[in-house]
Design a protein around this ligand. Structure first.
Ligand SMILES: COc1nc(N)nc2c1ncn2[C@H]1C[C@H](O)[C@@H](COP(=O)(O)OP(=O)(O)OP(=O)(O)O)O1
Length: 192
């Protein structure tokens, strides 16, 4: 597995060896480099700005704003571009909030999603072809209309604790296994 968090993922596979589903292990140990994606959530302290995805992967779900990292872009540049394209706003204080690694039983490529948080932005959140922005109070985040992983990492996100998670999905949307760690992930070379 090639990815920005590859040593940490290898250590997860070792530590959870007895319970990791086969498709999660074979995907993470397979030859495909991670597909890099971004996800930006505006959090003003009491509310989060999410978008209802209007088309494509995750259509109908509420999510942060983001997408694939394109050739020649850094992850941060991709996050800024996708936020502008999908919500018409520019974050002023974007920080790294966590990393999510997704595996799917019907896709041999792991996905590595870099989650960013921002509290201030320029512009007015505006509906685009891809997303319809909506503010939600922290206590009213619509987890029943979101990806199944979200309920597991939002608590850390809202408490501004850095998080790293690995998630296994069957049939694209059914979450069958996950692990989540809070705090900066430091992996000593001998653990990699
Ligand atoms: C599988 O679980 C997921 N959970 C969450 N919370 N978010 C996810 C999950 N899988 C993907 N995402 C996020 C990551 C990205 O922000 C989007 C997907 O981006 P998309 O496929 O729309 O990428 P674009 O580059 O915008 O694609 P097009 O230009 O081809 O529309 O969802």
């Amino acid at each position: 597995m090639l990815g920005l968090r590859a040593p940490w993922v290898s250590s997860v596979l070792r530590r959870h060896a007895a319970v990791v589903p086969d498709f999660v292990r074979t995907t993470l140990e397979g030859p495909q480099p991670n597909k890099l994606l971004t996800l930006v959530i505006i959090n003003d302290g009491s509310r989060v700005l999410l978008g209802r995805k209007k088309r494509g992967f995750g259509e109908g779900y509420y999510n942060g704003f983001g997408g694939k990292v394109e050739a020649g872009e850094t992850v941060r540049q991709a996050a800024e571009r996708e936020l502008l394209e999908e919500a018409c706003i520019t974050a002023e204080d974007m920080t790294e909030a966590g990393v999510l690694v997704f595996t799917f039983d019907d896709n041999p490529q792991p996905w590595e999603v870099h989650v960013f948080s921002a509290s201030r932005f320029r512009g007015e959140p505006t509906e685009t072809d891809e997303m319809a922005p909506v503010w939600f109070n922290h206590m009213e985040v619509p987890f029943n209309q979101m990806w199944a992983d979200d309920v597991h990492w939002y608590p850390a996100f809202l408490q501004q604790k850095y998080f790293c998670g690995v998630f296994g999905f069957r049939e694209t949307t059914k979450l069958v296994w996950h692990t989540l760690e809070e705090g900066e992930v430091q992996v000593a070379p001998e653990m990699a």
